[in-house]
Design a protein. Structure first.
Length: 255
């Protein structure tokens, strides 16, 4: 069994946005409060984090996550990586490195941006994060869980989407290349980003995302990476019966 916890379901600004007084930022519905997008995959006692954004510390404290066994980075935008430093507490607890999986060029860029982090793959000290870089190819294995890379478009960039155990995680998505469509068809769970009600060149809009759910026919679809332009209630009212807006703290299980 696999459990997915939505650590965050918001866009790069989070919701509420700083200084904003719009109805959604002022909403009393807790499901409209959104940390930056990230998920926890729990499998056979292992905790795998996908993306460590600036809210990472608050997310793991909220969920009571006592260990992190691996990290996967989908791309290098700040809302997906700037929580890396908080991994060092997990290194302190385990006295071991944490494997970090991503594309070769992403891992090399992380080494440049975070020159103080120990990327050697050998534990030295808990004072800074101790990480073991692992380059992903088309398929890779994390503690027995098989992942397949699903290349997706994020504006002009091609970033990592993921398929694992008939689950798709496609955040920050503005388009799906033809070669990726063959990997996607008819999943049990499809998690897809939908930024706002209007089109955006780097993200699907809500209605564009609904078209993708219709096209690929998942048993259940979940919407993530949402801005303050969409309320949980609005998305619920305007989604088909098998599509649901995710919210921070939501847990789903797949046998």
């Amino acid at each position: 069994m696999i459990e997915i916890t939505f650590l965050g379901t918001g866009t790069s600004h989070g919701v509420p946005e700083i200084g904003c007084r719009c109805p959604i930022c002022l909403s009393e519905d807790s499901r409209d409060k959104r940390f930056r997008s990230s998920i926890l995959i729990t499998y056979c006692g292992k905790n795998i984090i996908v993306d460590t954004g600036p809210d990472f510390r608050s997310q793991v404290l909220r969920e009571g996550i006592s260990k992190v066994d691996a990290v996967i980075i989908t791309h290098l935008h700040s809302d997906h990586i700037t929580g890396l430093d908080d991994l060092r507490k997990y290194n302190c607890k385990s006295k071991d490195v944490i494997p970090i999986y991503s594309k070769h060029e992403y891992l090399e860029e992380l080494k440049c941006r975070y020159g103080y982090i120990n990327f050697s793959g050998t534990y030295k000290t808990g004072a800074v994060p101790q990480l073991k870089p692992i380059v992903v190819e088309k398929k890779f294995n994390v503690f027995g869980l098989e992942f397949e890379v699903v290349p997706i478009l994020h504006g002009d960039d091609q970033i990592l989407g993921l398929r694992f155990h008939d689950i798709l995680y496609l955040t920050d998505c503005s388009g799906i290349p033809e070669e990726s469509e063959k990997i996607i068809n008819n999943p049990e769970i499809m998690i897809l980003g939908a930024l706002r009600d209007k089109p955006h060149y780097k993200h699907f809009s809500f209605f564009e995302a609904l078209e993708q759910f219709k096209k690929f026919s998942p048993k259940k679809g979940f919407i993530t990476h949402v801005s303050h332009k969409l309320s949980h209630a609005y998305m619920t009212e305007n989604s088909p019966d098998n599509v649901f807006p995710a919210y921070d703290g939501l847990k789903i299980t797949v046998e």
